[in-house]
Design a protein around this ligand. Structure first.
Ligand code: TYD
Ligand code: MG
Length: 457
């Protein structure tokens, strides 16, 4: 059985493997995503080389398992710790994905400067030269005697340096630049990315290393094709934000050691990323006073309420009504405009409508519906809502305003930020605790909400 090769095809969208090539992936239906994957004799599909030792393992009772294994350490960056679920877990593999230039290398290099307890760190850079990395670390003011840099892309050399240096923490920047000489394809291809991640993972689990792997995302939003990576690693974090704004959000898509609800908020500044402890204050700074077409919404990001400004501009359409949405789902916005027209009696359907959320934030929670509808109505009527007003509530297709979860937390945050009035659903699930100085306006439907804060049509 000398070096027998087998070829399978792997979909870069969903990670599915098939024996034959096809133009369309039979599982997810994406076109042109099947890539050739050569397996050397002895390599197994889905995972290489495992299974031999596993056969000798005896199943254990769950009650007898040792729980002390999960030890966390702080990355030194509070917002990063929060997303990881209270610090990084020793021996875990964390994938940090994001569009090129969003700040992944900056975040991880800053972490190298902040980590305490004399942990030995190895930063493997396949993207930048040693000189470039040095310039960046000087700019970020990093002084850590236990930080080692290796500008290398060959997998064997990288793994050899794990043995030579015996680091506790490793950063691979990025997975698309490292390659395994035994795999016959270009760096960044599915076979390479998969095989390299496998090898890194095995080395990490054997030696108990904590590894942070950087993965670039292609324009479809998957990590350079391989969804394959997502199921192999312990934690998948995405770094998001508009490159034109300084606001950045770190979001967990998968976390074997914590919840995936938490987000970390950062601001990209002159000398690196700064944690934003009060995202609402930053998002609301510079709001126009008494201008029509703006309303503040309160959404929950994990356990943290965040207030964000929704702006709308509605003007009579010249020819074909245009609709543009930024930070809010297009279909959701179309639905809200239809509800406003049919249930609120405002003919906005024939108008050009632009809806924008300030700061590059995207509002995915339906709790922002009411604020969106009020911003549109305010622009349509050309009457301001007032800078002291916020709105919380989901809007249904009959124009009813529905209750949302964690209302009390949202209201306390709204009050804390100095708002004086808040529109809320008339039917609420929890009992509302009185909030100092915040006037609550309970409404049953869209018509009532508009009448209460914008007056008669
Ligand atoms: P980088 O971390 O290189 O992005 P990635 O690794 O995700 O590709 O970030 C690059 C951008 O960040 C670059 O456009 C410049 C900006 N930046 C700052 O604004 N301030 C800084 O201190 C640093 C280091 C970068
Ligand atoms: Mg980089």
């Amino acid at each position: 059985m000398a070096n027998k090769q087998k070829t399978i095809y792997c979909c870069s969208e969903c990670g599915n493997e098939t024996a034959n090539w096809a133009g369309k992936c039979p599982t997810c239906g994406a076109w042109n995503t099947l890539e050739e994957l050569r397996l050397e004799a002895g390599m197994k599909r889905g995972g290489t080389g495992r299974g031999r030792a596993a056969a000798l393992q005896k199943p254990k009772k769950i009650t007898e398992l040792d729980m002390s294994a999960e030890i966390r350490f702080s990355t030194g960056i509070p917002e990063f710790d929060r997303v990881l679920g209270g610090g990084a877990v020793m021996g875990s593999l964390v994938l940090v994905g994001g569009a090129p230039g969003i700040g992944k290398s900056t975040l991880l290099l800053q972490m190298c400067g902040q980590i305490q307890d004399g942990r030995r760190i190895l930063y493997v850079t396949g993207e930048e030269s040693e000189r470039q990395l040095k310039l960046r670390s000087d700019r970020l003011g990093i002084k850590n005697d236990e930080l080692y840099v290796l500008a290398e892309t060959d997998m064997d050399s990288v793994l050899a340096s794990f043995d030579a240096l015996a680091p506790d923490t490793v950063i691979i920047d990025s997975i698309q630049t490292v390659s395994d000489a035994n795999v016959n394809s270009a760096p960044g291809s599915i076979s390479q990315v998969r095989e390299c991640t496998m090898r890194i993972m095995r080395a990490a689990k054997d030696k108990g290393l904590t590894v942070f792997v950087v993965g670039h995302i292609n324009k479809e939003g998957s990590i350079a094709g391989p969804k394959v990576l997502e199921h192999m690693v312990d934690c998948v974090l995405y770094f998001e934000g508009e490159r034109s704004t300084s606001f950045r959000i770190l979001r967990a898509a998968k976390n074997r050691f914590g919840s995936t609800n938490e987000i970390g908020v950062f601001e990209m500044a002159e000398n690196g990323l700064k944690c934003v402890e009060n995202p609402s204050e930053m998002l609301l700074s510079g709001r126009p006073e008494n201008s029509p077409g703006t309303c503040v919404a309160c959404v929950m990001e994990g356990t943290r309420p965040i207030l964000a400004e929704v702006q709308a501009l509605v003007s009579p359409a010249g020819y074909n009504a245009a609709r543009r949405c930024n930070g809010i789902d297009y279909n959701r916005a179309a639905m809200l405009l239809a509800v406003l027209e049919k249930r609120g009696g405002m003919p906005v359907g024939g108008c050009d409508s632009y809806i924008n959320v300030i700061g590059g934030l995207s509002l995915e929670e339906p709790a922002a519906d009411l604020a969106t509808i009020l911003a549109v109505a305010s622009s349509f009527l050309d009457r301001p809502l007032g800078a002291d007003l916020a709105a919380i509530g989901e809007v249904g297709l009959s124009g009813e305003i529905r209750s949302v979860g964690m209302l009390n937390q949202r209201l306390s945050e709204t009050a804390r930020l100095g708002f004086k009035r808040c529109v809320i659903p008339a039917h609420v699930r929890d009992e509302i605790r009185v909030n100092g100085g915040l006037m609550l306006i309970s409404v049953k439907n869209v018509g009532e909400a508009i009448a209460a804060v914008l007056g008669k049509k």
